[in-house]
Design a protein around this ligand. Structure first.
Ligand code: TMP
Length: 224
């Protein structure tokens, strides 16, 4: 996917980061701007994005898969990803749509790999099994201190919803995640852009739009 041979093929843009970084808000704002530029959008998320993968999401986020260990959970995230890619992402890219995905393979690298301590070679193999040659064209890493993200996530949940399996992890896990995402971004700097998610959401959205416009939109679309 990194070098599309078919110019009509769409683009895969993934959003990554710790809890409460504002990924879904930013996906909504970017989708609005792209729609205005006349681009077809498919906004989706992981784990999930297809009916079968959503069932695996429920299982994973309930914590019922945690006894399998980080590698076992990674296998289930990969299984969900296979179904999501086959049933939604690939068909959308084939149609020429821009797929905006809330989390993708980097979340497995960060949560199950770096923080869960699953063997990095196994995580890389699973990535290959789930994705083959598919890679995001652009990954936006929304970066903010873990404490701020967790506070935002708690406000969003309110008092009636319980934290999920990963939100329940300790503060040190979430601080480590931040470093893990920054490490991924610096090791694949062509694909990944780090955006300061502490800024007001309009500023974050503008920064993301500038990146997407510069990379993917033809001058004609930019003039609109
Ligand atoms: P969220 O997208 O609503 O934040 O919830 C998804 C949770 O699942 C989040 O805590 C990150 C976690 N996750 C993994 O641990 N590995 C993965 O591969 C993915 C996609 C998500």
């Amino acid at each position: 996917m990194s070098a599309p041979t078919n110019s009509l093929r769409g683009r895969l843009i993934t959003f990554e980061g710790g809890e409460g970084a504002g990924k879904s808000t930013q996906i909504r704002l970017l989708a609005g701007r792209l729609a205005q530029a006349g681009v077809e959008i498919a906004a989706t998320r992981e784990p999930g994005g297809s009916p079968r993968a959503e069932r695996l999401r429920e299982f994973l986020l309930s914590g019922r898969a945690a006894p399998l260990g980080a590698l076992g959970e990674a296998v289930l995230f990969a299984a969900a990803r296979i179904d999501h890619v086959d049933s939604l992402i690939e068909p959308a890219l084939e149609r020429g749509a821009f797929v905006l995905c809330d989390r993708f393979m980097d979340s497995t690298r960060a949560y199950q790999g770096a923080m869960g301590k699953a063997d990095a070679r196994m995580i890389a193999l699973l990535e290959k099994v789930a994705l083959g040659d598919l890679k995001p064209d652009l990954t936006i890493v929304l970066d903010l201190p873990a404490r701020e993200g967790l506070a935002r996530a708690a406000r969003r949940r309110g008092t009636t919803t319980q934290p999920d399996r990963f939100e329940r992890e300790e503060a040190s896990f979430h601080e480590g995640l931040r470093d893990a995402f920054l490490d991924i971004a610096s090791s694949e700097a062509d694909r990944c852009c780090v955006v300061d998610a502490l800024a007001p959401k309009e500023e974050v959205s503008q920064a993301i739009w500038r990146l997407v416009e510069a990379r993917f939109l033809a001058p004609a679309a930019r003039a609109q």
